[in-house]
Ligand binder design. Structure first.
Ligand code: IPE
Ligand code: MG
Length: 224
């Protein structure tokens, strides 16, 4: 989700207005995914690097997140959405952590869509945390070096149990992954849209999926 700030700037509004519209766009994206039969949606809400932003903006983002969780989880649950979070929870406020735990617990059984929210998330940090836990298990004698394979490693990541993404969409014209799902996106199709995130609608998702369907996925094999 990129382009909230530019969306606001283009209208002479404070950045927080863009983030507010960004939250609306998340609501639309969730509904669009359910309608289009997408089973898993992962959104990059706050990166490990976003702490470099001014304190005021961080407070605004965390405030909006709290508001979203307080107001939306019941409706998400009614729609059959299971909500999960990835990222390092250690640096989040106790208030946000409590809301996260509640959202996960109250939607655990839902089946229509798994919505994963990446919060204080960084792909490298996630890989390092997984490696550290593997090392701890090895030192404790629970794991031998030969057991460390791709399959096992994946299970130590925050996304354990969630399939790798088929499609990664970045809005606002930037063409980077910016530390998003580095391990998991190894064979994802990447689609970059010029749309700013607050303007994102079902037709943008349909456009990205149409682009995805034109691609030939070979996973390193030759075509034919
Ligand atoms: C995305 O929009 C907001 C987050 C998910 C934190 P930005 O805030 O990065 O917007 P630009 O890039 O300044 O337009
Ligand atoms: Mg940005």
């Amino acid at each position: 989700m990129d382009g909230n700030g530019r969306w606001a700037q283009a209208r002479g509004l404070p950045r927080v207005a863009g983030h507010r519209q960004g939250a609306e766009a998340v609501r639309r994206a969730v509904v669009a995914c359910i309608e289009l039969g997408v089973d898993y949606l992962t959104i990059y809400a706050f990166s490990s690097e976003n702490w470099k932003r001014p304190e005021r903006e961080i407070d605004d983002l965390m405030g909006l997140l709290g508001l979203y969780l307080r107001n939306e989880v019941a409706e998400l649950s009614q729609r059959g959405v299971r909500v999960c979070f990835i990222g390092d929870r250690g640096r989040l406020s106790t208030d946000i952590r409590k809301l996260i735990d509640q959202a996960e617990a109250s939607t655990r059984e839902n089946k229509a869509l798994t919505l994963t929210v990446a919060l204080n998330y960084g792909g490298r940090q996630e890989i390092v945390r997984a490696a550290r836990r593997i090392a701890e298990d090895a030192v404790a004698g629970r794991l031998g070096a030969a057991a460390v394979e791709e399959y096992l490693f994946s299970g130590y990541l925050d996304t354990a149990g969630v399939p790798d993404p088929d499609l990664v969409i970045r809005t606002s014209g930037e063409q980077r992954l910016s530390n998003f799902l580095l391990w998991q996106a190894a064979y994802a199709e990447l689609v970059f849209l010029p749309t700013l995130w607050p303007d994102f609608r079902k037709r943008d998702l349909e456009e990205a999926i149409a682009e995805y369907m034109k691609r030939e996925r070979r996973y390193g094999a030759s075509s034919g």
